[in-house]
Design a protein around this ligand. Sequence first.
Ligand code: PLP
Length: 420
Amino acid sequence: MHNTEQKFHTKNNVCVFDVNRIRNDFPILCCNVNDKPLVYLDNAASAQKPSVVIEAMNYALRHEYSNVHRGIHYLSNAATQRFEDTRETCRVFLNARHSDEIIFTKNATEAINLVALTWGMNNLQQDDEIILSIMEHHANIVPWHFLRERKGAIIKWALVDDDGTFDLDQFEKLITPRTKVVSLTHMSNVLGTVIPIKEVIRIAHQHNIMVFVDAAQSAVHMSVDVRDLDADFLCFSGHKVYGPSGIGVLYGKREFLNNLPPFLGGGAMIENVTTDNVTYGPPPSRFEAGTPAIVEAVGLTAALNYMIKSDRQAIATHENSLTLYAQEQLKAFNWLRIHGTTRNKGGIVSFTVDGLHPHDISMVIDRSGVAIRAGHLCTQPLMQHYGITAMCRASFGMYNTFRDIDIFVEALEKAYNLFK
Ligand code: PLP
């Protein structure tokens, strides 16, 4: 075992976190890429799937597949039951009060669009203000730009310090009587910064402002409790929490959801349709038009249960140690700049290298089996804020090891020497 691994994983010779046991749960980690063992450091884009997820989806397809909420035959009832079980699992995962506060969407992006285009279109007027942070993913920017374009709303930007720390004072100063929405990422997909979201919500609610929390990055790294946070809306994506792609979750407080108009129209979301009228079903069905992601919901239950049953505190400690270790290693290179070193951050290390394009770096280290992300990371306003166009990003999951980081750092140094 790698020295650092050994030091971290054992305390008084007792194993406190067995990363190898976790790795055994993820079949893809045994793969070779470019004839080298895979080092997967692109978890912020999408995480790999444990066998329990793959097998649960396989079983559903082989034995329990049918459409949901429609038929009254055995398979339809079984599939509907599994689908509604997922809603309950999501309620538990987020500690929501009611399972009808959980809406299934395609992904986090669709969840944000849903709220912007229903609540936002209904509640925003010309010159009303929306506060976003400069480090938002485009998924939490473009839907609000729609409201700027269509309703004349104004977007204001909460900033971060040089090291990526969220500036709470500056945020508070942005609030005016015209502020109607605060929509913020809980954890930045570039800087790793974790926003003091509970405090943000408390301040916003003092001014009767609706708060949307984008938990696409945070949901996998920390426990997200919507009741403790008092979030009005919150979303995450299945594929980033070790579940399948094609399914996302929107949480909304019952009192908000009850007053929202539908988002998409079609089957399953109506109460009654005539030739000249339509009435809509209650939440959550009002927001789930058409056939949903049936098998993906089964996979999501398996993924969330996998996380609920694991020691999330130990995983967070492990990911935090990996992040600090990676930062330490990279700081040794005077040709490299890390973006986002704030103390309260999740398992992400983004950086740029003098004179090298991030795409070139990513392509070259891929030859060593190392997968990282490179580009604008769907955060062009943040890139503009830093005066650059692209970055490299290594992001960690529960199955990554200190050895993964050593291989990555070695490959990076080689890439730099190759180009220099
Ligand atoms: N929000 C954040 C912070 C993200 O990192 C991402 C994806 O990377 C999204 C939203 C969008 O997630 P999805 O593409 O699953 O909708």
